[in-house]
Design a protein around this ligand. Structure first.
Ligand SMILES: Nc1ncnc2c1ncn2[C@@H]1O[C@H](COP(=O)(O)OP(=O)(O)OP(=O)(O)O)[C@@H](O)[C@H]1O
Ligand SMILES: [Mg+2]
Length: 393
């Protein structure tokens, strides 16, 4: 048997609520899970009960049912609202639809009309929720707000310096209740962002390669929900040969779409300075460069930055990070600053918890927020936010 349709009744008049309850409660597949008398109570109860369908009066003591409908739908676009109103007429109907209502019935509704509306709304809610579970829909997490659309690339000319660790944890550190974050893996061969974040890569970048045209819906569909912290991931292809099918142009277009969809897009890139990596730099507002505390790593970073500055990526875009730093090294943060003639070089210490967290698939900034490397990543996130704000001015 399929799941019942769970209904919340919102009306300030007790008698109306009772009548609706009586009409619905013996219907097979429909379950009245609660009632509310006011708009505020409706929002509270909807949040805790998560009904599939809300039957909504328009004249509530503290609010207009249409406004409450709009708010409910903003908070959970899968929830469906059937409006019941004493007012008749096209104009009211139009306003109800604009507020996102599923249907509009005039009081008192004929029983068959009411049941048809509740069943239709319930089915829509179930379908949309199933789809949301499947894709963890990104659109739902977004809530339709305007996005900042900033892209931060993490790039190191040398492998193994901590790009993936930083990209994954920086993405999580940038996430707050009112920001949306996508972590994209543009290391198309052997990318391991999904692995590090412990998300099942059911869809990857490769699913976008064959698409005739890219659109926000398609891109939202291939984003994987990261269960804790509610961040989304665009995974690298599962097999290295699939990477060949993804052109630099596709990567550039996908990143532009992601910027339109999210507040922060953090991109892990490959060390190889090829077309794909250049496409990432083109889309990037900032480029974070992790370096190890050894001369070759630092020298390579300088050569890469000089080359890329020559190719038109300005000085303001770079954020240098000395990763896995230890105190006893002769390569001090100050020497690195001097070497780059750049005032800020962030330091993230060597921290044994990093490897443990990667192997467990529990990102460090979530699992050990107070560990030394976590503090470094959180500082990096603050710097990134500040730098992006400065760029806006
Ligand atoms: N601050 C740190 N302290 C301790 N270990 C670290 C730190 N940062 C990174 N590591 C470790 O260094 C190794 C390489 O990190 P990571 O995979 O993030 O590098 P990468 O630049 O993405 O490498 P690749 O070039 O293979 O993509 C990992 O085992 C990680 O655990
Ligand atoms: Mg990596």
């Amino acid at each position: 048997m399929s799941e019942p349709i769970r209904v919340l009744i919102v009306d300030d008049i007790l008698e109306t609520r009772e009548n609706l309850r009586k009409l619905l409660q013996f219907e097979r597949g429909i379950e009245v899970v609660g009632e509310a008398e006011t708009g505020a109570e409706a929002l509270r109860r909807a949040a805790s009960l998560k009904p599939d369908v809300v039957i909504m009066d328009i004249n509530l003591p503290d609010a207009n049912g249409l406004d409450v409908t709009e708010e409910l739908r903003k908070r959970d676009p899968t929830m469906q609202v059937v409006i019941l109103s004493v007012q008749e007429g096209r104009e009211y109907m139009r306003r109800a639809m604009k507020a996102g209502a599923y249907d509009y019935l005039v009081k008192p509704p004929p029983i068959d009309e009411l049941l048809a509306a509740v069943r239709g709304a319930g089915q829509t809610a179930h379908e949309e929720r199933a789809r949301q579970r499947e894709t963890g829909t990104f659109a739902a997490a977004r809530g339709g707000e305007a996005n900042l659309g900033r892209l931060i690339a993490v790039y190191s000319p040398r492998g193994g310096t901590g790009s993936t660790f930083l990209a994954a944890n920086l993405g999580l550190a940038l996430k707050s209740p009112d920001t949306t974050v996508v972590i994209a893996d543009a290391k198309l061969q052997f990318g391991d962002v999904a692995l590090v974040l412990n998300v099942q890569p059911r869809y990857t970048f490769a699913d976008l390669a064959g698409a005739e045209s890219l659109d926000p819906d398609l891109i939202s569909d291939v984003l994987l929900p990261f269960p804790r912290g509610d961040v989304h991931v665009l995974a690298a292809p599962l097999r290295p040969e699939e990477a060949e099918e993804i052109s630099a142009q596709t990567v550039g277009e996908v990143l532009q779409h992601l910027k339109a969809l999210a507040d922060y897009v953090v991109v892990d890139t490959a060390s190889h300075l090829g077309e794909v990596t250049l496409a990432v730099f083109d889309a990037a507002d900032l480029v974070v460069v992790p370096m190890g505390q050894d001369l070759p790593s630092i020298r390579n970073a300088r050569v890469a930055i000089e080359t890329l500055m020559g190719a038109g990526i300005p000085k303001e875009k770079w954020v240098l990070v000395l990763n896995r730093a230890v105190k006893r090294s002769s390569i001090t943060p100050d020497r690195v600053r001097n070497y780059f003639k750049i005032s800020s070089v962030l330091v993230i210490p060597e921290d044994p918890r990093v490897v443990v967290s990667i192997n467990k698939g529990e990102p460090l900034v979530l699992a050990h927020r107070n560990s030394p490397a976590s503090k470094g990543v959180l500082q990096l996130a603050r710097t990134v936010r500040e730098r992006l704000l400065q760029m806006q001015d």
